[in-house]
Design a protein around this ligand. Sequence first.
Ligand code: 4IP
Length: 147
Amino acid sequence: LGKDQLVRLWEIDLSTSRVSGILNISPEERRRRLEVQTRENKWHQFVDGELILKQGLVEKRKGLFARRRMLLLTTGPRLFYVDPVNMVLKGEIPWSPDLRVEAKNFRIFLVHTPNRTYYLEDPEAYALEWRRVIDEVRIGTYGRDTT
Ligand code: 4IP
């Protein structure tokens, strides 16, 4: 193999291990994390027994107004959003291989689904992180070749 081919293989290795990383949890590890989540995470009650992979407060805009919601990305994959004041599950962004995240800037990110685009804003400016993790989960779940 030439140097370029080796570099290419190494890059593929890296990208697959990174992609499988977040979802590649052994059964024991999953059980342990679920145990801790059940005990310590007040959002656990909303996620249907799934493991929370990322959570954070966002402003979800619909029409004129934005509502503050706790966004919960879990195994499944699922994306739940909860009213953090009344502690009520308000809904779920439907997952599919077509789900795409578009980051407008550090704060604003759009989640495109076949029937609706969700307008979300992360006041702590982790929009790129949301995009990265959701992409990782999508690719880890459905593979890379879904366009
Ligand atoms: C509501 O606006 C909230 O944004 C809801 O979000 C949203 O539902 C409603 O859209 C929208 O009308 P007001 O609170 O100003 O009435 P949430 O459910 O997070 O409270 P979803 O969940 O669908 O975004 P409709 O069209 O779904 O009713």
